[in-house]
Write a protein that binds this ligand. Structure first.
Ligand code: ADP
Ligand code: ZN
Length: 223
């Protein structure tokens, strides 16, 4: 299965793609994670990407496109993959279309997650991540049992630099201007499947249940 998970920051595409990756045994290719790893390792890519990421801007298309082209050649992509956070611009989507065509492959679905801004901001502002295992916590919805310590592995919990409020607003603006047009791009191709998370909320106080969203994703993929 070859999938794209599309949606604004905070919509839950990372969480869901990880679960779907396990369920269908296909790799999750998260450009944000690859870039954060590169920043951590201070590679050439990481040094370049950091200045864009810290400001909530997109890393240049050619850099990301080359990264993905290389990654798709990996042996583990034979059975399929989930692209999480790529493409993010029309230029990236067009390059992907060409690359897949050259490889003789086609997409099975583009899952489009949507969620109201108010909740995206609330999720991102409160998000905390384990430095060791990457597990996501939330100061309000899902605090760790012990402060600053991961329940899963005991690792240190931190706030991503780009989850600070000023940067969040920039990321949402960048999403609207540069990534939102991809919804039309893929709707025209005919591979778009909508997951409107707003419809899965219980009430105004609680966030969605991860399992409820997962069931919906599986439903649109199998339906
Ligand atoms: P989120 O979806 O929560 O904003 P990601 O972890 O996917 O976060 O991405 C973090 C940052 O990495 C982005 O703000 C951007 O700077 C960079 N990035 C990730 N994917 C791409 C991409 N496809 N094109 C350009 N920049 C990207
Ligand atoms: Zn952990």
């Amino acid at each position: 299965m070859r999938l794209i998970f599309l949606g604004p920051p905070g919509a839950g595409k990372g969480t869901q793609s990880e679960l779907i990756s396990k369920k269908f045994n296909i790799p999750q290719i998260a450009t944000g994670d690859i870039l954060r790893q590169a920043v951590k390792n201070q590679t050439e890519l990481g040094v370049l990407a950091k200045k864009y990421m810290d400001e909530g801007k997109l890393v240049p298309d050619d850099v990301i496109i080359n990264l993905i082209k290389g990654r798709l050649l990996g042996d583990d992509c034979q059975m399929g993959f989930i692209l999480d956070g790529f493409p993010r611009t029309v230029a990236q989507a067009e390059a992907l279309t060409i690359t897949l065509k050259e490889m003789g492959l086609s997409l099975d679905a583009v899952v489009n997650f949507s969620l109201k801004d108010e909740l995206l901001i609330k999720r991102l502002c409160g998000r905390r991540v384990c430095k060791s295992c990457g597990y996501n916590f939330h100061v309000y919805y899902q605090p760790p049992k012990e402060e600053s310590k991961c329940d899963k592995c005991g690792g240190e919990i931190y706030q991503r630099d780009d989850d600070k409020e000023e940067v969040i607003n920039r990321r949402l603006k960048v999403y609207k201007e540069q990534t939102y047009p991809l919804i039309d791009y893929y709707r025209q191709i005919g591979s778009l499947k909508d997951v409107n998370v707003n419809h899965l909320l219980k009430d105004d106080e609680t966030d969605t249940d991860v399992e409820v969203v997962l069931a919906k994703v599986i439903d649109v993929l199998e339906g």
